[in-house]
Design a protein around this ligand. Structure first.
Ligand SMILES: Nc1ncnc2c1ncn2[C@@H]1O[C@H](COP(=O)(O)OP(=O)(O)OP(=O)(O)O)[C@@H](O)[C@H]1O
Length: 616
């Protein structure tokens, strides 16, 4: 234990109530990042802090903010109505709320004269930005904590004055400075006074590059803790090589066999979280622990949920004392602090390598032991191991986590049975599949994650699909034979992966209204098809007519030829003394036929020779 890490060794002593607060929370000593940051930010320095996940960066800015509020007497009425003292930006609502909770745990011990309040500014279904302003004017908070979009809206209101803002903190600064937030963040910082103090914090601050200078830092001090290690040494980084079609089964195997308290499973898209959450909870209820222990609590959290439900889910997962699993996306990759998480599982590596560190950093926090397992698809994806080694993350293969005796056929038929119960599940699976392909095509490590080498059929089986979706990328699979495995059938024609194919017209939605709409639409489609059929028949008929006209042309030619012959015959008859030039065509035909017969008879009589058919 280093002496310099004791709270009392700080050059400027902490407020007694802050000192009590750290004690009450069991923070016996400062962490290295706190020891380095607190004196500088409490003094008059801007800071750029780079320190691994779970190293205590939040307290490293919460303490200086509170110290400065007291030192500047902001709590005693120097900050007027409509003004505030500090602005803290977070990339997600969950993180903003968590930061507010850290402030709250300090403020429980506050004994000063004027109130120190905080306000959360995040997009919610229940509150508008106007409501935010009303509460702000009424409660007079000194610390505002929010996400960029909502904070920007809030600051637009003329009743909100920024002139007294003394501090701006950007938590997960590299994320706030990437394209998705940069514009809002720049606009926000532009309206804050230039004389303020600014602090940037992240475990991957290097990724912000030159963008950090867009934040208006003035002579900042860079604080880097554990510069060589990209991640805490308490995390065991493992990977498992799997095939797409067995991935879900292997996930369930790990969850059922590896002992953990809390586990976070990362999926690449919101829709796949929704989809697999639905299937996994079905498995739990219907297959009585065959695939996943029914006592394991499963939660789902993603960006498509309403804010209140996101917050509730996270609270429930955090407080649950039973074995629990959170299925989520990168929305819960950064900053979320749930000390009991001892296992992180990644179904697929994130598109951005920084997120790999943030996801894994949800475990092994503050000297606790944690395991982070990443699934890699057999083949090219195994190159992700050397790719991460270059980034100072050593991944060790852990085949012992996987099962070698999976019954894939039974599992596939279970997911299909579930899917056939409701057509909506099939639609959902297709959308998840398509979203997955979009995610894959956006991977930053594009030389490893290539669409050309993706196992589209295995992926279909992962999603329980019984037919390959029609996408240009996979049309090459609409063949009966696998080009890589001659003789082996890949589909049963037209993209079907099951034989016999599913009767799509009778594949029903469980929701009666939806089913009714489908039946109507099907009938309409039938009508349209009938019309099309009719049109086709007519077209065919027209073609027959046109064919007819070609035969008419042929007839005319034949007639012309016959006329020539007739003329020849007439000439012959004339020579024999006959004349019938006034008759119309048909009569002529009949006449000259009888004439020919007559002339033949005559010739027979003349020379006894047989007439030739050429005469006709
Ligand atoms: N001085 C301390 N002593 C003991 N525990 C601490 C101390 N400071 C912070 N902690 C605890 O360490 C954990 C991690 O802290 P925090 O969430 O601030 O990490 P972080 O560095 O911001 O991580 P991330 O980069 O993932 O956001 C929290 O549970 C916090 O309560």
């Amino acid at each position: 234990m280093s002496r310099s890490l004791t709270w009392d060794s700080l050059s400027v002593p902490l407020q007694p109530w802050i000192r009590t607060a750290v004690e009450v929370q069991g923070f016996d000593k400062m962490t290295p990042v706190q020891a380095a940051t607190i004196p500088l930010l409490t003094g008059n320095k801007d800071v750029v802090v780079d320190s691994v996940t779970g190293s205590g960066k939040t307290v490293a800015f919460v303490v200086p903010v509170l110290e400065r509020i007291v030192a500047e007497k902001a709590n005693t009425g120097t900050v007027k109505k409509g003004h505030f003292h500090t602005l803290i930006l977070s990339p997600t609502r969950e993180l903003a709320k968590q930061t507010q909770q850290v402030f709250a745990s300090f403020l429980e011990q506050y004994t000063g004269s004027g109130p120190i309040r905080t306000q959360l500014l995040v997009g919610t279904d229940a509150r508008s930005s106007r409501d935010d302003v009303s509460s702000f004017l009424e409660d007079r908070p000194l610390v505002l904590i929010g996400t960029p979009g909502r904070v920007h809206d809030f600051l637009q209101n003329p009743k909100v004055k920024t002139a007294s803002c003394n501090m701006a903190i950007l938590d997960e600064a590299d994320r706030l400075l990437d394209v998705s937030f940069l514009k809002d963040v720049e606009r926000i910082l532009r309206v804050l006074p230039k004389q303020r103090r600014t602090g940037l914090f992240s475990a991957t601050i290097g990724s912000a590059g030159d963008h950090i200078f867009k934040t208006g830092l003035r002579n900042p001090v860079k604080i880097t803790v554990n510069s060589k290690a990209a991640a805490p040494s308490t995390i065991a980084f493992n990977y498992c090589v799997v095939t797409p079609e067995t991935k879900l089964q292997q996930l369930l195997h790990v969850l059922n066999n590896y002992r953990f308290k809390k586990c976070i499973v990362y999926f690449p898209t919101c829709i796949s979280v929704q989809y697999f959450y639905a299937f996994i909870t079905y498995l739990q209820s219907k297959t009585a622990g065959r695939y996943l222990d029914s006592d394991t609590q499963v939660y789902s959290l993603h960006g498509k949920l309403q804010t209140s439900s996101r917050m509730k889910t996270l609270d429930k997962f955090t407080e649950d004392l039973r074995t629990s699993v959170l299925l989520t996306t990168d929305v819960a990759a950064r900053g979320i602090d749930i000390p009991d998480v001892d296992l992180v599982l990644q179904m697929d590596p994130p598109t951005d390598a920084d997120f790999f560190l943030h996801r894994c950093g949800r475990t092994g926090r503050f000297n606790r032991i944690g395991k982070a397992v990443t699934f890699l698809n057999a083949g090219r994806e195994e190159d992700y191991v050397p790719f991460m080694a270059v980034k100072n993350v050593e991944l060790v293969e852990a085949p012992e986590l996987l099962s070698t005796t999976l019954d894939t056929a039974e599992f596939y038929s279970t997911i299909q049975h579930w899917m056939l119960e409701d057509r909506a599940r099939f639609d959902h699976a297709v959308r998840s599949y398509v979203a997955f392909i979009r995610y894959y095509s956006n991977h930053a490590a594009s030389s490893i994650f290539r669409l050309q080498t993706l196992d589209y059929v295995g992926l279909c089986r992962l999603f329980g699909l019984f037919r390959l979706p029609r996408m240009p990328e996979i049309t090459r699979h609409f063949k009966d034979e696998d080009p890589e495995r001659p003789g082996e059938k890949i589909t049963f024609g037209d993209g079907w992966l099951v034989d016999p194919p599913v009767d799509i017209d009778n594949y029903k939605y469980a929701d009666p209204k939806r089913e009714e709409a489908r039946v109507k639409e099907l009938a309409n489609l039938q009508k349209i098809n009938d019309k099309k059929k009719l049109k086709f028949e007519l077209k065919k008929k027209n073609m027959a007519w046109s064919n007819n006209s070609t035969s008419k042309e042929g007839k005319a030619k034949r007639r012309e030829k016959m006329q020539l012959k007739r003329k020849a015959i007439e000439a012959e008859l004339e020579r024999n003394g006959g004349d019938d030039s006034s008759a119309d065509d048909d009569e002529v035909t009949n006449d000259w036929k009888s004439e020919i017969i007559e002339s033949r008879k005559k010739r027979k009589q003349d020379n006894g020779m047989q007439g030739s058919f050429d005469d006709l």
